[in-house]
Ligand binder design. Structure first.
Ligand code: DLL
Length: 435
């Protein structure tokens, strides 16, 4: 089977691709150097001038950008254009209080729709499909990102968003949905709800699934495909880079084609930060080549993967990344929401009566993520009154919910009852098994 291909750049020869990448790299480096003081300072510290970039190999001399750089320049400090030129803002949670803010010019939105169009076309979606998007529409890039890409392809889009699962099933049935967009865990949950409603997922006639925004496994893929009778494809992206639309699987399901004419990938050793040869597993680092509003140089994604330059039978020549198998930081993805333990810690520090020792436990029950925060009462906090404890638990829960948009179960435990360790404190137990 040879797939339909959205853009001829997906089939460039390696030589032409590298020529295009170099041209774009030189242009983006000049641009950030002249427009963003953060980058100018960074380049100057390293003694690099934009004219020093003469080949793709010279990329290794450029400095890295990390999530904290976005935070420290919150909200608009890394943008290359005046705020008036931005027509959209999205954001994702940062490591602590401040979210990571991303902005798009009109041109960026158009590029984004085209990049998502590539992803959906390679997954097998066409203008004849009715596509239900079960990602939230809001600051998260998932809903809007998929939405405009699918519209560009000409599919009929149902912006169902997340939640209200029985209604989702009813919509699928009534509107004759043929393609599903969601997180992989939500696809499994939807299938169970469908079964409980007496409408087995496989009877709904959905033929293709586009799943992303969180890690999953081949085991989960087989389960989803068996439940729904659909072809399940993986797609990858992140807000800082653009949102969804960075990479996606074709019908051969053997790695995710990176739109490398827009995102120049490297794999580096997360310890030494030295680039690693193709085929090595390490941290994915991306330089955005065409973003106008918020270009990023050597952005450390923290995602662990490897690159595969071997030819793909689909006819695309773009490099493929393997499934993301983990992260080099402690970010958790709970129900599609990025959660840093430090965000929870910050909340706990603000609440009078609870101590600094806590433990976050994440589980997956009936395919839905759940998380629990156990926190010790402060040493000097004592009340014999149950209702005081209850109200303290509620305060912690509500504060966490207002920051993350997710409510944990909160349990207050006795002072000194959580395990102390001499080394790094264990703050997180993730019991989710990605089979
Ligand atoms: O999750 C963008 C997206 C939306 C991608 C919809 C795909 C579909 P963020 O909220 O910024 O953006 O989270 C980015 O999510 O660094 C990965 O750790 C993780 N992630 C995203 N896609 C995948 C995937 C969106 N297919 C972070 N497999 C990334 C594994 C993924 N992890």
């Amino acid at each position: 089977m040879i797939d339909l291909i959205w853009d001829r750049n997906e089939t460039l020869s390696r030589e032409d691709m590298e020529r295009l990448q170099l041209e774009r790299l030189r242009s983006v480096v000049r641009r950030v150097y002249s427009k963003v003081s953060f980058y100018r300072d960074l380049f100057e510290q390293k003694g690099i001038k934009p004219t020093a970039i003469k080949s793709l190999d010279d990329l290794r001399h450029l400095p890295f950008t990390v999530k904290d750089d976005l935070r420290n320049n919150y909200p608009y400090g890394l943008f290359t254009v005046p705020r008036e030129k931005l027509v959209r803002i999205h954001a994702s949670s940062g490591t602590t209080g401040r979210p990571t803010v991303v902005g798009y010019t009109r041109k960026d939105l158009s590029t984004w729709a085209d990049l998502v169009a590539r992803v959906v076309v390679q997954a097998g979606v066409t203008a004849r499909d009715v596509v239900q998007i079960c990602f939230s529409y809001g600051l998260f890039t998932g809903g809007f990102g998929l939405h405009y890409g699918l519209e560009r392809v000409g599919a009929t889009v149902i912006p169902a968003s997340v939640g209200n699962t029985t209604r989702q099933i009813k919509l699928m049935k009534d509107f004759r949905t043929t393609a599903l967009v969601s997180t992989p865990s939500y696809a499994l949950y939807l299938a169970e709800v469908a079964r409980d409603m007496g409408t087995p997922a496989a009877s709904l006639g959905i033929r293709v699934g586009l799943f992303g925004a969180e890690p999953w496994s081949e085991g989960m893929r087989s389960e989803i495909e068996a439940y729904w009778g659909l072809k399940a494809t993986d797609n990858y992206g992140m807000s800082e880079l653009i949102g969804p639309g960075v990479a996606g699987e074709c019908g051969f399901q053997e790695g995710l084609h990176i739109s490398e004419d827009h995102f120049l990938p490297e794999i580096v050793d997360p310890e030494t930060l030295e680039p690693l040869p193709p085929g090595s597993r390490g941290e994915l680092v991306i330089t955005t080549l065409t973003k106008e509003g918020l270009p990023l140089i050597r952005y450390r994604t923290r995602d662990l993967t490897e690159l595969d330059y071997s030819p793909c039978p689909c006819g695309r020549t773009t490099v493929r990344m393997k499934r993301v198998t983990g992260r080099t930081d402690d970010m958790l993805i709970i129900r599609g929401v990025n959660v840093f333990p430090s965000q929870i810690e910050e909340v706990l520090m603000e609440v009078q009566g609870v101590g600094p020792h806590y433990l976050i436990t994440v589980d997956r029950k009936d395919h839905l993520d759940e998380f629990k925060v156990e926190v010790e009462l402060a040493a000097d906090y004592f009340t014999g009154q149950y209702r005081h404890l209850e109200s303290l638990e509620r305060t912690v829960r509500d504060k966490i919910q207002s920051i993350l948009g997710l409510a944990p179960k909160v349990r207050l435990v006795e002072y000194k009852s959580l395990e102390r360790t001499a080394g790094k404190a264990k703050r997180v137990i993730d019991n989710r098994k990605l089979r």
